[in-house]
Design a binder for this molecule. Sequence first.
Ligand SMILES: [Fe+2]
Length: 196
Amino acid sequence: MEITAIPFVHQTEVVSKKLFDDHLKLYQGYVDKTNEIGLKLAASSRADLAAANATYSIYRGLKRGESFALDGVILHELYFQNLVSEKSAMGKRINHIFDQNWGSFDGWKDAFAAAAKTARGWCIFAYEQRTKTFRNIVLDSHDDGLVCGAYPLLVLDMYEHAYMLDYETDKATYIDRFVADIPWSVVERRSAAIMR
Ligand SMILES: [Fe+2]
């Protein structure tokens, strides 16, 4: 099934329009690759399937690329959505989650910022369904580090392309600006969807 890119618009003070528009081009690339890989998988021959191998095979390349490209699409959409949505106040439900798990919002913020600084790819505030716990999860690439069943509530892109143009190497200020403008209604909506 072919997918199409969501037309996100620069409505944020966290990053510049130039950086944001360049970032959208990367996102479009993952959408295109997801579609290209999907077509190639569908067209795989019996010989391709028979040659499938964990060391090297065309089929392995397609399957690994499938996860990487599709995760690239999904993570960027979650990130852009919680980057450009209008800033909104934190509700009692999310505030309570932070109080219970990190002592306070500031406790969570410090832990999230520390996790983000360690990330080579993504930092995600997530609800993990097996343990029914909230966690800040670190990914070193789109398909490396995500805990199975962990549902993303807030997604932060920590690849250098996400901040370098505006913040140079100052990750801490990028993270602070991101956290200061979180549209909490988006986090609330995502948590309500998974915790019914
Ligand atoms: Fe990115």
